[in-house]
Design a binder for this molecule. Structure first.
Ligand SMILES: Cc1ncc(COP(=O)(O)O)c(C=O)c1O
Length: 494
């Protein structure tokens, strides 16, 4: 059953003024989908082939999270092809980590032209970097660095990026306590090897309820989205402040939302002063620009600026976790650019669409000695080379502009749908194509996500109630309209 691709869908008709500038981008993106023009479903998902492969994998590991198996050779652009030959329009983008869709020619070309050596030899970049390494970092990472950030460290995944940024923030906090990077005392050296103070100081990281910062030991102590992530694992007893629970649409609840944010900032300040009194000062506050795994929760620029001010007052670092929001999905390269902060954050962490994990930092936060932020690979040269091609393509095709335009079509359509189906969905919200809509309960959300998948539209859930959208940057208004039409049909059929 192939889903019809209408030249002018009912959503395209409704949002026609928003589509007026599509032409400037369409030449770029028309080719990325290859011959696919819409979903084409042959079986329900997972189909028989996926089920068979699932059985094989389950013999080897706990693979309960697998939804279906993918044929990455056949997948193209915004379309994902599963093991049973089903063609799905992908609005989830491998949990928000595909910037240019599948099999993008610019990435293939970069891998081919860079030469097989880059792939064959994986260097220990902290010790034996290739000759073009500084230039690669410059092209791929520093060319798109958040304003005011002049240095970058590459690592592996998002958890690894946050975990190492915590370490860098602790080191710089202690340097500042000592009045500069002066030599630590003999007692500090002697005690550090056996996990004792003063060499291992009592410091903490402030995180927010509902946050997700990863699954390693320190980051897991800052993750508060799902209990199953944390159960049975020892945790650091670090403070956790409430994240604003705003009402949507934001422009209709300005007063209530301001009050809510004020209350949360008061609790943040309480946490800072209590932690200081208890002798475990907060060295860093970590926050997502949009709480993603926690259910697509937004806060205002004023809230984030208030948090930065409190961090400064207490001598702590302000760390922005852009693992999910970074690399263009919100219509900005970095979501926090939209806040227009008076001064840069101290750390900005990334992974997912950026292909490698890592963090940007201000020069004041550089560690004095080598090896303090380190591992064998410190990133992956090939992935950084690929990122260079992605960044180049984003600039050449003005993809941030396209994301803003498509995001407007998607969000306007979602808002229209919540008006048409108020008993099923509400609180449509988003920045760029980083959008979400809430269902009235988790069971309805899970059912709708499943029904959309069987119609050929891959979306994701976040938090308890939200359906989240994380398409690639090459997702266009015509794709958004195709989805909105199918979503309308699914909602009508409840
Ligand atoms: C905001 C945020 N931080 C950190 C992480 C962890 O990244 P990774 O799964 O690459 O370790 C995620 C993953 O979803 C995330 O959304």
């Amino acid at each position: 059953m192939a889903v019809r691709l209408l030249n002018m869908s009912r959503f395209a008709r409704l949002s026609r003024p928003l589509l007026r500038t599509t032409r400037q981008y369409s030449g770029a993106a028309a080719s990325v989908d290859g011959s696919y023009t819409g979903p084409d479903m042959k079986t329900t998902v997972p189909g028989p082939k996926s089920k068979e492969l699932f059985g094989d994998l389950m013999k080897i590991q706990q693979a309960g999270g697998v939804q279906y198996f993918v044929d990455y050779n056949k997948s193209q652009g915004n379309y994902l092809v599963d093991a049973d030959g089903n063609v799905l329009l992908d609005l989830f983008g491998q949990v928000g980590s595909i910037p240019l869709g599948y099999n993008h020619p610019a990435i293939k070309e970069r891998i081919t032209s860079q030469g097989i050596d880059t792939l064959v030899n994986r260097p220990a970049l902290g010790c034996f970097p290739p000759t073009d390494y500084a230039q690669t970092l410059q092209d791929a990472l520093l060319s798109v660095a958040p304003k005011g950030m002049s240095e970058v460290m590459t690592l592996m995944c998002g958890s690894c990026a946050n975990e190492n940024a915590f370490k860098a923030s602790f080191i710089s906090f202690m340097d500042r306590q000592r009045g500069g990077p002066v030599n630590p005392s003999a007692e500090e050296y002697a005690s550090a090897l056996y996990n004792k103070g003063p060499g291992c100081p009592k410091l903490s990281v402030l995180s927010f309820k509902g946050a997700f910062h990863g699954r390693l030991l320190a980051t897991l102590s800052c993750t508060h989205s799902k209990v199953i992530h944390k159960l049975d694992i020892p945790a650091l007893d670090w403070p956790c402040a409430p994240f604003p629970q705003l009402k949507y649409p934001l422009d209709q609840f300005v007063r209530e939302n301001q009050q809510e944010e004020k209350k949360c900032l008061e609790e943040v300040e309480d946490n800072f002063s209590t932690s200081q009194k208890n002798g475990v000062p907060i060295a860093t506050a970590i926050i997502e620009p949009i709480q993603a795994e926690g259910g697509d929760k937004h806060a205002s620029p004023e809230f984030f600026e208030g948090l930065q001010t409190i961090c400064k007052k207490y001598g702590a670092s302000f760390m922005v976790d852009e693992v999910q929001t970074g690399c263009g999905g919100t219509g900005y390269m970095w979501a926090h650019e939209a806040w227009d902060l008076p001064e840069p954050a101290d750390f900005v962490t990334f992974a997912k669409k950026m292909q490698i994990g890592g963090f940007y930092y201000t020069s004041e936060r550089r560690t004095n000695e080598a090896f303090r932020i380190f591992n064998t690979y410190v990133g992956d040269h090939m992935r950084t080379v690929v990122l260079g091609a992605i960044v180049n393509e984003m600039t050449k095709r003005q993809l941030l502009g396209q994301v803003k335009e498509t995001g407007e079509v998607l969000l306007t359509g979602l808002q229209k749908l919540e008006g048409m189906h108020p008993s099923l969905v509400h609180s449509a919200r988003g920045a760029g194509t980083f959008c979400a809509i809430d269902c009235h309960d988790s069971a309805t959300r899970d059912k709708l996500v499943g029904q959309l998948k069987n119609k050929g539209f891959q979306v994701g859930g976040s938090g308890e109630l939200a359906i989240r959208f994380r398409p690639a940057l090459v997702f266009e208004p015509r794709h958004a309209n195709m989805f909105l039409e199918a979503f309308d049909d699914v909602l009508k059929s409840q």
